[in-house]
Design a protein. Structure first.
Length: 187
């Protein structure tokens, strides 16, 4: 088993909320449902970089690793695999976009074996520099968050990555965080 997080693919289009406060709203995706009373957040596609050069169309226009955004093709490919997670519509005049709200929170991060950065003042977890997961807790899990980082990354397993790659979806990247086979080889 391998665990990844979404990563930006340079040269591909981005999604930007029309209201800057909505960046913080998406950070609030903490494993709880948002579907009741959901109002699509107004967003726009960023199709040119800061120099004015065109950005390639993406099946996953980048908003952030915590709230992946998909065009219709991404939803069609991954929809069944996402099971109980929410694909919430966004208000975008240029494209049919959905944001993924990951509802599955799994206590799978091995805090004792992971390399953590904590606040020296409060002891609060700031970031994970090297992830180690408990594979037995991820059996059958494809997309998840961990309780220690609810405002952070949506994690995916190799099943998701393999499906995305085999389907030819564009503009979506993954950063490998942990490989169970390599972890077993480490003394």
């Amino acid at each position: 088993m391998k665990v990844y997080r979404f990563s930006v693919v340079p040269g591909h289009e981005l999604v930007q909320p029309q209201n800057d406060a909505d960046f913080k709203f998406f950070r609030g995706f903490d494993g709880t449902s948002r579907s009741a009373g959901w109002r699509p957040v107004p967003v726009k596609l960023v199709r040119r970089d800061e120099k004015g050069s065109p950005l390639a169309e993406s099946d996953f226009p980048w908003l952030g690793e915590h709230a992946p955004v998909m065009r219709r093709r991404g939803v069609e490919v991954l929809g069944a695999m996402l099971g109980g997670d929410e694909l919430l519509p966004l208000d975008c005049p240029e494209a049919d976009l959905k944001v993924l709200n990951v509802l599955r929170v799994v206590d799978a991060l091995d805090l004792e074996r992971s390399k953590l950065a904590r606040s020296p003042r409060t002891g609060r977890l700031i970031t994970v520099e090297a992830h180690v997961f408990r594979a037995e807790r991820l059996d059958g899990v494809k997309v998840f968050k961990v309780p220690e980082l609810l405002d952070g990354s949506a994690f995916v397993t190799d099943e998701v990555v393999n499906l995305v790659k085999s389907s030819g979806l564009t503009g979506v990247g993954f950063r490998l965080l942990w490989d169970e086979a390599s972890a077993k080889q480490t003394p």
